[in-house]
Design a protein around this ligand. Structure first.
Ligand code: SF4
Ligand code: F3S
Ligand code: FES
Length: 248
């Protein structure tokens, strides 16, 4: 079944832009990215859009469809038609480069602020032994495709650009949580999470979890356990006493 609908796309660059309407054919089974490609092929050869795998695995085609942050390649076009139109806009939290392409370099800056996996000194390859339970716990977080939909949606970033220097966002706090849970990692990142990466900005609204295309339970399985660890560091009297004594 084919029908022609209005595709309303944000066109412009970092300076100025506007929504523009085009009439585009949509077939049953197509995804929004197919429709964008048809628009490029037939009417707007200069329309900028970032994509790569068309399989929900590269994380490139993130955009807002009718205001909802989604992957364009995983969103059925027919279901996205509201009235007679599909509205496609760039991620709202990041600066527009052109049309649907945003500058997501904020995320790479934050990624570099998280110290990598650090095993105990002298551990050699082949000695990283861990329980299957521990493997499975962090496996969930490793499904992340870095689409940055969670980063775009968290209100602490989306509605408060001024927080961006102090808050790493759900994706990178999840990375900290993953490393904190790793039994072979010896670095304590709790102070970093709270003081440098802004864990306190997260007030557990769970919007990040709702938009994750990999269905990672970011809030329940990463952010809340990390908050619990940070609180135990701060308020456990023995931990507090230990840190005081060690500081002397
Ligand atoms: Fe995307 Fe989910 Fe990874 Fe966030 S956690 S970047 S929403 S895959
Ligand atoms: Fe933001 Fe997710 Fe926390 S949406 S407030 S990081 S639970
Ligand atoms: Fe790769 Fe959509 S094109 S996730």
């Amino acid at each position: 079944m084919k029908k022609t609908v209005t595709v309303r796309v944000w066109r412009g660059d970092g300076g100025r832009g506007a929504l523009e309407d085009y009439r585009v054919e949509v077939s049953e089974g197509e995804v929004v990215l197919d429709v964008v490609h048809r628009l490029q092929a037939t009417q707007c050869p200069d329309l900028s859009v970032r994509w790569n795998c068309k399989a929900g695995k590269c994380g490139s085609c993130s955009a807002e469809i009718n205001g909802f942050p989604k992957l364009m390649c995983m969103s059925q076009a027919a279901q996205a038609v509201v009235g007679d139109a599909i509205t496609i806009t760039p991620l709202r939290a990041f600066p527009v480069i052109r049309d649907l392409v945003t500058d997501v370099s904020f995320n790479y800056i934050k990624a570099r602020e998280v110290p990598p996996f650090q095993p105990a000194a002298g551990t050699r390859p082949g000695e990283y032994r861990m329980m299957q339970e521990d493997v499975q716990r962090s496996q969930e977080f490793r499904k992340c495709i870095e689409c940055f939909l969670c980063q775009n949606t968290c209100h602490a970033i989306r509605d408060h650009e001024e927080n961006m220097t102090a808050f790493a966002g759900p994706r990178f706090l999840m990375r900290v949580a993953e490393l904190q849970m790793h039994p072979a990692d010896v670095l304590d990142r709790r102070a970093l999470a709270q003081d440098e990466l802004g864990l306190g900005y997260c007030n557990i609204t769970k919007c990040c979890t709702e938009v994750c295309p990999e269905y990672i339970k970011i809030t329940d399985n990463a952010l809340i356990p990390l908050k619990e660890q940070v609180i135990s560091r701060k308020y456990d009297p023995l931990v507090w006493l230990g840190s005081k004594l060690l500081r002397r």
